[in-house]
Design a protein around this ligand. Structure first.
Ligand SMILES: Nc1ncnc2c1ncn2[C@@H]1O[C@H](COP(=O)(O)OP(=O)(O)OP(=O)(O)O)[C@@H](O)[C@H]1O
Ligand SMILES: Cc1cn([C@H]2C[C@H](O)[C@@H](COP(=O)(O)O)O2)c(=O)[nH]c1=O
Length: 209
C-alpha cells in the first residue's frame, strides 16, 4: 500500500512557498512518488471563485467574520473534493496554506481568536490537521518587498494590510509553532531559493522514508 501524507506549507506573503512547492513536487515526481500539489484558498472551481471574492482589493467592506467563514467554506469544499480523495488514493498531498493560515491571519492578526477560528474550521472539515507543516519564517517587510519588486502576481486585499498586521501574522504563526512543535517545522525563508529547497527537502525526505 502507498503511504499517504498531507503536508502543508505556511508563512507570510512573499515567503517563497509557491516557488519552493513547485521544485519540491518536481523532486518528488523524479523519485517516483505520487504527489498532488494544490493551494488554498482555491485548488478547485468553487474554492477559486470564493478566492476571487475574498482577495478582491475592492472588497474593503468585508467583515473579518465573513472573511474567516469564506476561508473555511473554501477549505471544506477543497478538502472533500480534492485533498481527501488524493490521500485515500495513497498520494502525498502538498498544500500551499491550510488551517494554520486561518489561525494566524483571522484568529490572531484580525483578533477573532484562535479558538473561535479553530471551532468554525472543525465545523467545516472536522478535527483534521496536516501530518506535517513547513513554516517559511521571514520578516514580513522582506516578503512584502519581494512581492512588490517582482510583479508575477497581483497584489491582493490581504497584501495591502499595514506592516503591523503582517507582524501579527508572524507572531500568530510562532505561537502555533509553540503549540504544535511536533507538527510544524520552521525553515529560514531568508536564505536563497536553492538553500530553502534543500532545507525543505531534507525535512520532508526524512519523514517520507
Ligand atoms: N528565497 C528567496 N529569495 C529571494 N526571492 C525569493 C525567494 N523565494 C521566493 N522569492 C521570490 O519572491 C516572490 C514571491 O515568491 P512566492 O510567490 O513563491 O511566495 P509565496 O510564499 O507563495 O507568496 P504569497 O503567499 O504571498 O503568494 C517571487 O518573485 C519569488 O521569485
Ligand atoms: C488560506 C488562507 C489564506 N489567507 C490569506 C493569506 C494570503 O494573504 C492570501 C492568499 O494568497 P496567496 O498568494 O495564495 O498566499 O489569503 C488567510 O488570511 N486565511 C486563510 O485561511
Amino acid at each position: 500500500m502507498k503511504q499517504s501524507l498531507f503536508i502543508t506549507f505556511e508563512g507570510p506573503e512573499g515567503a517563497g512557498k509557491t516557488t519552493v512547492i513547485q521544485k519540491i513536487a518536481e523532486r518528488l515526481a523524479e523519485n517516483h512518488i505520487d504527489v498532488l500539489a494544490t493551494r488554498e484558498p482555491g485548488g478547485i472551481e468553487i474554492a477559486e471563485k470564493i478566492r476571487e471574492i475574498i482577495l478582491n482589493p475592492a472588497h474593503t467592506a468585508m467583515d473579518e467574520h465573513t472573511e474567516a467563514l469564506l476561508y473555511a467554506a473554501a477549505r471544506s469544499q477543497h478538502y472533500f473534493e480534492k485533498v481527501r480523495p488524493a490521500l485515500d488514493a495513497g498520494k502525498i498531498v502538498i498544500c500551499d496554506r491550510f488551517i494554520d493560515s486561518s489561525l494566524a491571519y483571522q484568529g490572531y492578526a484580525r483578533g477573532i481568536g484562535m479558538e473561535e477560528v479553530l471551532a468554525i474550521n472543525e465545523f467545516a472539515i472536522g478535527k483534521k490537521l496536516p501530518d506535517m507543516t513547513i513554516l517559511f519564517d521571514l520578516l514580513p517587510e522582506v516578503g512584502l518587498a519581494r512581492i512588490h519588486t517582482h510583479h508575477e502576481r497581483e497584489v491582493n486585499r490581504l497584501d495591502v494590510e499595514n506592516l503591523a498586521f503582517h507582524q501579527k501574522v508572524r507572531e500568530g504563526y510562532l505561537q502555533l509553532v509553540a503549540q504544535y512543535p511536533e507538527r510544524i517545522h520552521v525553515i529560514d525563508a531568508a536564505q536563497s531559493i536553492e538553500a530553502v529547497v534543500d532545507s525543505v527537502w531534507s525535512v520532508l525526505w526524512e519523514r517520507i522514508q
